[in-house]
Design a protein around this ligand. Structure first.
Ligand code: NAG
Ligand code: NAG
Length: 416
């Protein structure tokens, strides 16, 4: 009996035990299910976070890019503003030139006070003008022809007293170039040589067309049979006189009406060197004035100073040659007015250009009795300055700007 009771008890205990086990397992399964769900959720979240993080990073990169672009735009804006300020300053310069520049007056007064002994005087002169004083003309070696030919006509006897006004016409082409008009006849045509060597010349019927033009594409052009070099060319009496580089420098006379070469000449000048210390592209600079054509050049033989020659516009022969006292060093450009060579000087870092040395073939004036004439403040350098004797103004090419300088004159003998 006791055995039966024990057996029943045992089976009861076993039954309860298995029931408890089942419940526990069920419980554990539910818990694990919940945990798995949570893990899945975390996983979900973290991948969402990382994709959000990626988006954010992309946004930031885009913003940085935009900021960089804006910075570039601002930089361009600033550059444009600088160019405009430059322009404005030039315009202000133009207005300022309506009044004579005070430094000239000052130097003029000082020069008239020079009456100490000659050596001191020369030193003082050199300090004031930066231009070495010419040899005393009485003792100086005579040049090729000792005295001017008796048939030399003096068409005018004026000298530059100041640069009266400056007009910036345009910004066109390269930093180097030349623009000019024919001083003979009534042609209003504007001739443009862009660069320091090419075979093409651009032509505009009048100043207005040139100032309104936006490119050379629409302008007429003349293609020359031989390329030109430098900025030493002139248009004179319907002909273009230009410099051609070959083994030697040649002057070509080109008829602009029927577009043919009329004549050419190799000038009797040996061992040429660049005529202006501040630029290397000009070996021959042809100039026109009231008396005709001139050639400004330099040779190895007379390495320090600029030479001048009178050129016959018909035959291209040299009538006369002079060694001038005007140094090549720091010379920027030059032109001839009424038989007087005016050399324009500057510094390697461009400052104000000034006429600091003059050479008068008639001997009436010299650097000693001519005040230094300043050009209005500029920022580049003059690659050409072409005097127009009819209009009495200079067509200059300043670092790609086309500028007209109006000159005021006075008789040479009023300097005394
Ligand atoms: C002349 O200038 C134009 C425009 O700059 C250029 O395309 C051409 O090659 C130049 N010609 C010569 C002969 O230098
Ligand atoms: C061009 O004109 C000049 C001057 O008028 C003349 O001497 C020359 O013979 C002409 N040349 C041609 C090819 O027509």
């Amino acid at each position: 009996m006791a055995g039966i009771v024990a057996c029943v008890l045992l089976s009861l205990v076993t039954m309860v035990h298995s029931q408890v086990q089942t419940a526990f397992l069920e419980y554990m399964q539910t818990r694990m299910g919940v945990l798995e769900e949570r893990i899945a959720q975390w996983h979900d979240h973290s991948s969402r976070y990382s994709s959000e993080l990626r988006d954010f990073k992309n946004q930031v990169l885009k913003m940085l890019e935009n900021i960089e672009k804006e910075r570039e735009a601002v930089r361009n804006e600033v550059e444009n503003t600088n160019v405009r300020v430059d322009r404005l300053e030039r315009e202000v310069d133009y207005l300022e030139t309506q009044n004579p520049a005070p430094p000239c007056v000052e130097i003029d007064e000082k020069l008239t006070e020079l009456h100490v002994n000659k050596k001191k005087k020369n030193e003082k002169y050199e300090k004031l003008t930066g231009c070495p004083k010419a040899e005393n003309p009485d003792t100086a070696e005579p040049n090729v022809v000792p005295s001017p030919p008796p048939n030399r006509k003096s068409y005018c006897s004026d000298t530059i007293s100041q640069v009266n006004a400056m007009k910036i016409l345009k910004r066109y082409g390269s930093s180097t170039g030349l623009w000019t008009k024919d001083p003979i006849g009534n042609s209003e045509r504007v001739y443009v040589f862009d660069g320091s060597g090419n075979d093409t010349v651009y032509l505009f019927p009048r100043m207005k067309e040139f100032t309104l033009s936006t490119s050379t594409r629409k302008s007429a052009r003349v293609k020359l049979p031989f390329p030109w070099i430098g900025t030493g060319h002139v248009v004179y009496g319907g002909h273009l006189y230009y410099v051609r580089q070959g083994d030697e420098f040649q002057v070509i006379k080109f008829n602009l009406v029927n577009k043919t070469v009329v004549d050419s000449a190799v000038l009797p000048i040996e061992d040429q060197v660049p005529v202006y210390g501040l630029s290397t592209h000009n070996y021959i600079d042809i100039a026109a004035d009231e008396e005709g054509l001139w050639v400004i050049y330099a040779t190895r033989e007379n390495e320090k100073n600029i030479c001048l020659a009178k050129l016959d516009s018909n035959s291209l022969s040299i009538e006369q040659m002079w060694d001038t006292p005007c140094p090549i060093e720091n010379a920027e450009s030059a032109f001839v007015v009424c038989g007087t060579l005016y050399v324009v000087y500057n510094t390697k870092l461009p400052s104000r250009s000034r006429i600091q040395c003059v050479f008068d073939v008639s001997g009436t004036i010299s650097s000693e009795n001519v005040p230094v004439v300043y050009f209005p403040k500029r920022y580049g350098s003059h690659s050409s300055m072409k005097y127009n004797p009819k209009e009495r103004q200079i067509y200059a090419w300043d670092d790609g700007y086309q500028i007209i300088y109006k000159l005021s004159m006075k008789p040479k003998d009023e300097l005394y």
